[in-house]
Design a protein around this ligand. Structure first.
Ligand code: TRP
Length: 338
């Protein structure tokens, strides 16, 4: 039996943080070692251009994301790890898919609708103000990412589920017109994976600017942990671990027994300062070794580039012949053959 194909992309606009790690990266790295699966993991740098017009940020983010995944032990022998922009076939497929995608389908995309709604709310006459064709076509590029490799499963956050439905729609339309070429991909939303709160207690997210980067020099890391917002209960007063940002982060890393013991200490009135120090020490121990590898990788971008080049070669082993088949299916073929 052929291996199940799992594929996911990471937009290269930010620095990986604790929330990204426990929400997605950790599981993906684990899965990269499962030899009954064929994982495709890539950096969605063309998607980054949709939200970000700062070239240095796109470059830096790509570097940090690649270094993070490699430092955490991604199995690059089993998984195909690449940069979207290294696979020109994805762009070609995007156009082919664009030609079978109903505009009405894109009108319904959440991100586009949110932009229109924001214009409406602010009394703007031009409802499409600030909307680029990149934003509008975003789901088609994402469909191409997925369909290019005939992925079976696509692990994503809840906010991406609609994009997966659109990819299925587009694939179905293409198959109907030109024959069964594409697998209809399924979204995998991990309901169990932890969502962490950030520095201010809201969901940790780069859009709230409340994140704790996964790999920071120890001192800076400690400083940020100390900055996490808590309530004003004094040491000695019993505290509720549920809904506590510090506890939530601890829980995402610690073992069950450790978590149970910490619950006890909350009941017994652990002070916030003490808890922050505990959390810092725990995370610091867990992250020390990969952090050292991360720093070494950032000092050796050639090595990262090398890994990505190999990944792209592997990916193109799939995309080149498959795109040829797709082009032929739509009638873009050699004159010499019939
Ligand atoms: N849109 C995804 C996000 O913002 C990133 C992404 C791009 C992606 N292409 C993909 C995810 C293909 C899964 C499959 O999170």
């Amino acid at each position: 039996m052929s291996k199940q194909r799992v594929l996911t992309g990471i937009t290269t606009t930010g620095t990986p943080h604790l929330g990204n790690y426990v929400g997605a990266i950790r599981l993906a790295i684990e899965a990269s070692h499962a030899h009954d699966m064929l994982p495709f993991y890539f950096m969605a740098d063309y998607h980054a251009l949709i939200k970000c017009e700062d070239p240095e940020r796109v470059r830096q983010s790509s570097l940090e994301i690649a270094a993070t995944w490699l430092a955490l032990g991604l199995d690059t022998d089993n998984a195909v790890f690449y940069r979207q922009s290294d696979i020109p076939e994805i762009m070609e497929l995007t156009w082919i898919l664009t030609c079978v995608t109903a505009k009405g389908l894109m009108n319904r995309a959440h991100a586009y609708k949110a932009a229109v709604a924001a214009n409406e709310e602010s009394g703007e006459k031009d409802l499409d103000k600030g909307v680029t064709m990149g934003l509008f076509n975003y789901p088609i590029l994402m469909a191409a990412d997925i369909l290019m490799f005939n992925a079976d499963k696509v692990p994503v956050g809840k906010d991406q589920v609609q994009h997966l439905e659109m990819a299925r729609d587009i694939a179905g339309r293409f198959n109907h017109l030109f024959g069964e070429h594409f697998v209809l991909p399924e979204a995998v939303v991990d309901e169990h994976s932890a969502t962490l709160a950030g520095l201010d207690g809201r969901k940790m997210s780069k859009s709230y600017d409340n994140t704790i980067p996964l790999f920071l020099p120890e001192k800076k890391f400690r400083k940020l942990i100390m900055k996490i917002k808590t309530n004003s209960l004094e040491p000695g007063e019993s505290k509720d671990p549920n809904g506590c940002t510090l506890f939530g982060i601890y829980q995402a890393f610690a073992t069950r027994a450790e978590v149970a013991a910490m619950r006890e200490r909350y009941a017994n009135g652990i002070g916030w300062g003490e808890m922050k120090q505990e959390l810092f020490e725990y995370l610091n121990d867990a992250l020390k070794a990969p952090r050292e590898r991360y720093e070494a990788l950032l000092q050796a971008p050639d090595h990262i580039e090398d890994q990505l080049r190999k990944g792209a070669e592997k990916a193109r082993g799939y995309s080149v012949p498959f795109l040829k088949r797709i082009r032929e299916a739509v009638g873009i073929r050699s004159m010499a053959e019939r």
